[in-house]
Every structure is written in structure tokens, then in C-alpha cells.
Design a protein around this ligand. Structure first.
Ligand SMILES: Cc1cc2nc3c(=O)[nH]c(=O)nc-3n(C[C@H](O)[C@H](O)[C@H](O)COP(=O)(O)O)c2cc1C
Length: 352
């Protein structure tokens, strides 16, 4: 029988009722970095997903790169995440927390005046929204060789804290030009030690972070997100196909819960490349609607499909898609920051 978006699926340790995933989305509504009751309400409203992947959450104080993003490195953070996990589980949902270290695309504004760190002292082109409006990125401090493994280990610590908080697992954010993606990219990583140069060396940080998380909580509770060929945050890899073929092959050996691909249509067939090198559970994301999701799941290209903006604007997205009901329009003005408006007040068709 052909699978659809609404076919159940086994992912890692979890039996999911559908293949519909809520994509990770930064919402900048966690002042103090410990998730609050409003955050718990937001995720609880979206518990009808097969799996929720939370917004990017820093595993270490040095990875704070945006206003009011959550953390997972201090006891208060664990208590906050416990509220979120409780709200989702009370409604029968499942939730992985995305671990995002922003690396060079931070600013002293978010680091108590400190300099962001990166694989090399290469400034990203572009600007970032701060408490005082848009400001350019700064030159990061190149990490010393001795600092790199301990930084990768913070992903393991965060994974352990995630389980303490009752979350079902973690997703390592290896996409979109954040720290692991900076290590992968030759234009951001010009190191000459074992963490730079060859593809094996450039992939070492992502794989180390993944392995620390696996050692902490088991491979069946760890996912990884990649955006092969993506250029967000000033990333450029002239041979992205070779880089991501290697990375996908290495991840395949680790028997992860899943690999999550954000396909930014970089000019090569991302899904086909990854499927060739990765036979495990695969989540695809990027501009999906129901028809395309069913087609890609039906053909076996994807095992699950993640929805970003449609989920942000429709807390009851699974019911709406199932019934062919119209969708709420997203309000882009309230994507990043603010309070309940554009966050927990999108209308639902049926009382939750
Ligand atoms: C408001 C917003 C915040 C986002 N934050 C993150 C994030 O924290 N981590 C991440 O991996 N992707 C993030 N993304 C990308 C989404 O996960 C997703 O890849 C993108 O929206 C494309 O999927 P869609 O076409 O279904 O919206 C964000 C997207 C949006 C719109």
C-alpha cells in the first residue's frame, strides 16, 4: 500500500501517528533563555504533528546569536523545557529540540560584549537584527584547536539535559550557515589543522557534535539537519555535492533517528543525492504542500515531510490538510519577536 502524509511511521524510539513534521522555527520569544508558559502553549497547540522540531536552541552560552532565543545549558533552561515537553506530551505529541550554535553569525550584542567564535577569522557578509536595529556581522575569533572538541561536547551535554527535561530527542542543526555548517564550508573554514581542509576534516565538527549527542542519549534519539548547497548566512561551497555525499554517507553509518534536509534548490537534485548516500529515515522540507508531500512520500523519496511557515500560521495544520480546509495566511511582521500576537493567536477551526 502506498504511504501518505497521514500514514504512521516508526522514527527512532517513537511510533508517530503521521509523517507530518513541524519544521524548526526561531520565534525570539524566550527572554532569559528558559522557555516560558507562552512557549509551552505555542508548542502544545501544535502537538497534532507527527513530530515537532523546536526552534534553534543554543547548547552553550557562546552560541547565542539572536534576540531572546532559548538555551539548553543551565538548570533553569531544563525547567523551562520541561513545561514545553509536558504541554506537548499531554496532547499525545512528540518533540525533538533543535540544537543551534550560531558561531560567527552572532554579535557582541548577544554575548555580553564578547566576540563570536568561528572555525576561522572570516567575517560573514550581511547584517543581523539587534536590540538597536540592523548591524553588520563582526570578525569572529578563530577557535583554538584545543577548544573545538569541548565545544562539540556541549551538544552531548545539551542532549542529556533535553532528556532530563522530558524531550524526546535532539536535532543537531547542521544547516543554514550556523557553526557546524561554517565548519563544512570552505569559504568560512580556512583551517589547516584536522578541523579544516579536506572534506573529512571539514565534516569532523558536525560528526563530533553528533557523536557526543549519540553517546549521551543514543542514536535513536538524535537527528541531524542539513541544507546541502544552501548559501544562507554567506556560506559557499563550490563542491557541495561531494561534501554532502560524504556527510550523508558518514551519518548513514550512525543509525540516527533521522536525517532532515532543507532543500533550498541550489542547482542540483538535493533529495536524489541524499537518498543515494543515506538509506535511513529521511525528512524533506522546503515549500511543501499536501500534494507534493504525498507524492514524495508515496514514491519513497521522503519518509516524512516538514512544514515551516504553514505550521507557524496553522496550529491545527494536520486537521486542515486532512480535511482540505483553507489555511490561515502567515503574518510575517510577527515571525520574530513579540508576544502572543502572531504566535498563539492564530485561529483554529475546532476548539483545541
Ligand atoms: C520564522 C522562521 C524561523 C526559522 N527558524 C529556523 C531555525 O531555528 N532552525 C532551522 O533549521 N530552520 C529555521 N527556519 C527554516 C524552516 O525550518 C524551513 O526550513 C523553511 O521555512 C522552509 O519550509 P517551509 O517552506 O515549509 O516554510 C525558519 C523559518 C522561518 C520562516
Amino acid at each position: 500500500m502506498t504511504n501518505t502524509l497521514f500514514s504512521p511511521v516508526h522514527v527512532g524510539t517513537l511510533d508517530l501517528p503521521s509523517r507530518l513534521v513541524m519544521a524548526p522555527m526561531t520565534r525570539n520569544r524566550t527572554p532569559g533563555q528558559a522557555p516560558n508558559t507562552l512557549n509551552a502553549e505555542y508548542y502544545g497547540q501544535r502537538a497534532g504533528a507527527g513530530l515537532i522540531v523546536t526552534e534553534g536552541t543554543t547548547p552553550d552560552a557562546s552560541g547565542r546569536g539572536y534576540i531572546d532565543i532559548p538555551g539548553l545549558y543551565a538548570p533553569g533552561h531544563v525547567e523551562g523545557w520541561r513545561k514545553v515537553a509536558g504541554a506537548v506530551h499531554a496532547r499525545g505529541g512528540h518533540i525533538f529540540v533543535q540544537l543551534m550554535h550560531t558561531g560567527r553569525v552572532s554579535r557582541p550584542d548577544f554575548l555580553d560584549g564578547g566576540q563570536p567564535v568561528g572555525p576561522s577569522a572570516v567575517k560573514a557578509e550581511g547584517e543581523i537584527f539587534t536590540f538597536e536595529g540592523m548591524k553588520p556581522y563582526v570578525e569572529p575569533r578563530a577557535l583554538d584547536t584545543s577548544e573545538i572538541a569541548p565545544l562539540a561536547e556541549t551538544y552531548g551535554r545539551a542532549a542529556r539535559l533535553a532528556r532530563e527535561a522530558g524531550l524526546d530527542g535532539v536535532e543537531i542543526h547542521g544547516a543554514n550557515g550556523y557553526l557546524p555548517s561554517q565548519f563544512l564550508a570552505p569559504n568560512a573554514n580556512t583551517r589547516t589543522d584536522e578541523w579544516g581542509g579536506s572534506v573529512e576534516n571539514r565534516a569532523r565538527f558536525l560528526l563530533a557534535a553528533t557523536d557526543y549527542a549519540i553517546a549521551a542519549i543514543g542514536a535513536d534519539r538524535v537527528g541531524v539537519r542539513l541544507s546541502p548547497g544552501g548559501k544562507f548566512n554567506d556560506i559557499d561551497d563550490p563542491d557541495a555535492e561531494a561534501t554532502f555525499a560524504y556527510v550523508a554517507g558518514e551519518l548513514a553509518k550512525r543509525k540516527l533517528a533521522y536525517l532532515h534536509i532543507f532543500d533550498t534548490k541550489p542547482g542540483f537534485d538535493v533529495a536524489a543525492l541524499i537518498r543515494t548516500h543515506y538509506k535511513g529515515t529521511l525528512i524533506l522540507n522546503g515549500g511543501y504542500d499536501l500534494t507534493r508531500a504525498n507524492a514524495d512520500i508515496g514514491s519513497g523519496l521522503a519518509d516524512l515531510v516538514a512544514f515551516g511557515v504553514p505550521y507557524l500560521a496553522n496550529p491545527d495544520l494536520p486537521e486542515r490538510l486532512r480535511e482540505g480546509a483553507p489555511l490561515n495566511a502567515p503574518d510575517t511582521a510577527t515571525f520574530y519577536g513579540g508576544a502572543a500576537k502572531g504566535y498563539t493567536d492564530y485561529p483554529m477551526r475546532l476548539a483545541a
